[in-house]
Write a protein that binds this ligand. Structure first.
Ligand code: ADP
Ligand code: MG
Length: 620
């Protein structure tokens, strides 16, 4: 059984002379800001920009006319001057489908695409290119990697990346993929509250048994997590929060106050509203030290004092406290069994927040560390543990390579990610791609590459006897159980009919360390190409679904559509079909979008017609 990650130094990395292999970096990939840290002489350090000033990299990506990118501080002003080509809050879109984000799509100033295929993931359109949230997050990670490599003059290839405790499996996998695309081997995905605890040294002692509350108020999101820590194992007892409550709302409260107080007219005046927003944030931050603030905006003296500010924002703070109460309830514990309260996120600098939180928990707060940095610092501590530098910490047995199954187009779909501690149970639901499909082949692979042909096959079997149903209707759960002895049991079950089969696979560990090192190295070196191939295959698969659906649609609604509409639809379908034989995913996406845009109003009309038919009693 493998104990800790594989040493990549045994492979031949191109820039081998420069690689300092024991450096594993810790990354906080935030909604608003991202940071990178590493452990130096036993102390975690956050890396600053080249002026030695800023530790934060704003999570903003701007695309220039020629599609080159600017990431971070320099991209901030583009939010106003070029909003449709400037991406912010990409973390909110990780592994999300259009249905997931439909209710808040107006929050984004850039274009989010959905191809109307059930469960298809969102893409972002920037001019004529389409990007996935994974690709965009990778741009931020690349920036962080560059920053630390420049600062330390080494090549870095391994990282620990943090995610919110409430992130699901798909969001975690997407974060791993982003790391890989940025040229980083992601040794572990760590929960943000776990990292924050580690930064305070909580849980580092193997004898520690503690219940911890982590209160994280960032730029746009709030979450509270209750953790149970026992012998180096962090268990999330409950999480709660509000994904649309954060520092931005506090800024907006001041801005609105000034607008009503001084009668600013913001209609069609983006520049003024931006100026007010920035001044409002400055006012908010100033209250960490001062009791009043004033500034001049367009010859108007704008003032606010701290007590007025606190009156304005009290309802916001109260909402976070309600969420804390709910988390405690869900965790089924009492407030006094909480041993530590940890403050995370830039917005916890506000004294009104600190007062309410310590009042609620009846405790002194852990807030000595910089709340912007605490998650990144903890990620660096975790990275150091993984590097094996901290001998006191218990290392759990982990699975050395990812385990997954082959999906359409020969793609690897990871079910148990590498470095997951064992024993572990994990599963995911799949469906059929052909009408009336009776059998489903389940092929199990091990490895980090995107195409199964580059990974190692552990075995395969066929689930037989699925009752005939239309494509997409069967619900087939593939369930992996990897026990502590490294035996993998795979179960496939069609949930509607109950048809199931279980097969024991040969040990995923029958592989030499050298072989494993080679596989990992190749996965990092080939990440860019692999992900491009995956994107192309996925676009083709999606296009095929859209083509089939469009044919069906035209056939079923021939009486409702005009001959021109039918011709035009068929023409657009033909164009899409032609595009799928090309090697360019952006062309496929663009054709899909054209078709979708054209047929959406037709589909609405068809739906209305069918409903009114049904009302007339013709159909039911
Ligand atoms: P995220 O985790 O969402 O990436 P951060 O933890 O970096 O966000 O928090 C960013 C927020 O912290 C911003 O809204 C910013 O205005 C706020 N912030 C930073 N410093 C202060 C301060 N001194 N007082 C109040 N809010 C602050
Ligand atoms: Mg954060």
């Amino acid at each position: 059984m493998a104990r800790i990650p594989i040493d990549l130094s045994k492979g031949k990395l191109k820039e081998a002379e420069k690689t300092t292999d024991n450096i594993i970096i810790g990354i906080d990939l935030g909604t608003t800001n991202s940071l990178v840290a590493y452990l130096k002489d036993g102390k975690p350090n956050v890396i600053t920009d080249s002026d030695g000033q800023n530790t934060l990299v704003p999570s903003i990506i701007h695309f220039e006319q020629d599609n080159s990118v600017i990431v971070g501080t320099d991209a901030i002003e583009k939010l106003i001057s070029d909003p449709s080509n400037t991406i912010f809050s990409i973390k909110r879109l990780m592994a999300k489908s259009f249905q997931d984000v439909e209710d808040f799509k107006n929050f984004f100033s850039y274009k989010i695409i959905d191809n109307d295929v059930e469960d298809s993931l969102v893409k972002i359109r920037v001019r004529d290119k389409f990007y996935t949230p994974v690709e965009l997050s990778a741009k931020i990670l690349e920036q962080l990697k560059k920053r630390i490599e420049k600062s330390l003059d080494v090549v870095v290839s391994k990282a620990v990346i943090t995610v919110p405790a409430y992130f699901n499996d798909a969001q975690r996998q997407a974060t791993r993929d982003a790391g890989k695309l940025a040229g980083l081997e992601v040794l572990r995905i760590v929960n943000e509250p776990t990292a924050a605890s580690l930064a305070y040294g909580i849980g580092l002692d193997a004898d520690d048994v503690k219940t911890v509350a982590v209160y994280d108020l960032g730029g746009g999101t709030f979450d509270i997590s209750i953790l149970n820590i026992e012998h180096g194992i962090f268990e999330v007892l409950a999480t709660n929060g509000d994904t649309f409550l954060g520092g931005d709302d506090f800024d907006r409260a001041i801005q609105q106050y000034w607008v009503s107080e001084y009668g600013f007219n913001l209609d069609n005046n983006v520049a003024l509203s931006q100026q007010l927003r920035l001044a409002a944030e400055a006012a908010k931050k100033s209250f960490s030290v001062n009791t009043s603030f004033e500034t001049r905006i367009n010859d108007q003296l704008c003032k606010i004092d701290r007590s007025t500010f606190e009156k304005l924002v009290k309802p916001l703070v109260e909402r976070t406290i309600i969420a804390c109460g709910n988390a405690i309830k869900d965790a089924e514990i009492s407030i006094d069994s909480i041993d530590e309260v940890i403050m995370v996120g830039g917005s916890t600098r506000m004294s009104i927040v600190q007062d309410f939180v310590s009042d609620f928990f009846q405790k002194e707060l852990n807030n000595d560390l910089n709340p912007d940095e605490v998650v990144a610092l903890g990620a660096a501590v975790q990275a150091d543990v993984l590097a094996g530098n901290n001998k006191d910490i218990l290392l759990l047995d982990v699975t050395p390579l990812s385990l997954g199954i082959e999906t359409i187009g020969g793609l690897m779909d990871t079910i148990i990610a590498r470095n997951t501690k064992v024993p572990i149970k994990a599963g995911r639901e799949y469906t059929t791609s052909v009408d009336g499909q009776k059998n489903l082949k389940v092929a199990v692979f091990q490895g980090e590459r995107d195409l199964v042909s580059d990974n190692r096959k552990l075995g395969e079997f066929v689930l037989r006897g699925i009752p005939p149903m239309a494509a997409g209707i069967p619900k087939i759960e593939i369930h992996f159980l990897l026990n502590a002895d490294g035996i993998l049991n795979v179960r496939a079950k069609e949930l509607r009919s109950g048809v199931e089969q279980t097969v024991e696979m040969r040990s995923p560990y029958g592989i030499s360390e050298e072989e494993m090192g080679r596989m990992l190295l190749e996965s990092v070196q080939n990440a860019k190409g692999d992900i491009a191939v995956r994107a192309l295959i996925e676009a083709r698969t999606e296009a095929q679904t859209v083509i089939n659906a469009s044919h069906k649609f035209v056939k079923q609604n021939a009486s409702i559509l005009s001959p021109e509409e039918i011709d035009r639809t068929i023409l657009l379908v033909q164009k899409l079909e032609d595009a799928t034989s090309k090697e360019d995913k952006d062309i496929i996406q663009a054709c899909m979008e054209d078709l979708n845009e054209y047929t959406t109003p037709l589909a609405h009309r068809a739906l209305d017609a069918n409903i009114s038919d049904a009302m007339k009693g013709k159909k039911l």
